[in-house]
Structures are given as structure tokens and as C-alpha cells.
Design a binder for this molecule. Structure first.
Ligand SMILES: [Zn+2]
Length: 118
């Protein structure tokens, strides 16, 4: 036979009831949330965010351009102690834009354009 006091049994039963009601409430909340989920609204909101970001962006870094940009920055952080002042120049070419980054502390610049994706 079980050796459990009636008081301990009642306390355990109360805890189980609380847990049960908590799970039932969570289940109801999640079902309501699922029923209100509208994937079209989410897609539209994210599309709008993407459109807004593209509208504000002068140039998308493609291919290795981002890596080249950060490699250049790291190099001049160490060499020139340039923490975060760089000049980025975009030049329209008719095909696309070339992109050059320059360190104003030493004057060195580098064409980081990913020409393979033109
Ligand atoms: Zn430099």
C-alpha cells in the first residue's frame, strides 16, 4: 500500500489541478493565436519592410564585397588605428556600379567591386 499522508495527497492534488488549468489556458491562448495568424498579412508586412530597406539603400553589397569591405576595415584598424571612418565611393558604369572604399587616415583605397556578378 501507499504510505502517503492525506495532507500530502491533497497538496499534490491541488498542485496537479493548478498545472492542469495552466496547461488548458495555454492551449486556449495558443489556439486563439493560431486562428488569428494570417500568413498573407505577415508576408505583406515583411515585403513592405524589405521594400523600405531597399528604398533607403544606395547599393547592395553582393558576392564578396561585404567580406572585402570588412577585411579592408580590419586592415586599416590595425595599420592606421582607424576605428570607423571610411569613405565609400559608388561609380556608375552603365552596367552597374563599382564600389571603392578609402581610408582617409592613410589615403589608401581599394576597389571591392564583385565584377564576377556583373
Ligand atoms: Zn589606412
Amino acid at each position: 500500500m501507499f504510505n502517503i499522508s492525506e495532507r500530502h495527497f491533497d497538496a499534490t492534488l491541488d498542485e496537479l489541478k493548478k498545472e492542469y488549468h495552466s496547461v488548458v489556458a495555454s492551449n486556449k491562448r495558443l489556439i486563439d493565436e493560431l486562428n488569428q495568424y494570417n500568413k498573407d498579412a505577415v508576408i505583406q508586412r515583411l515585403s513592405q519592410q524589405l521594400y523600405n530597406q531597399q528604398k533607403r539603400c544606395l547599393h547592395d553589397l553582393i558576392g564578396d564585397e561585404k567580406d572585402k569591405y570588412y577585411t579592408f576595415r580590419r586592415k586599416h584598424y590595425e595599420k592606421c588605428k582607424n576605428n570607423n571612418h571610411y569613405i565609400v565611393e559608388l561609380t556608375g558604369t552603365g552596367l552597374s556600379e563599382s564600389i571603392t572604399v578609402k581610408c582617409p587616415k592613410c589615403g589608401e583605397s581599394e576597389d571591392i567591386t564583385e565584377y564576377s556578378m556583373w
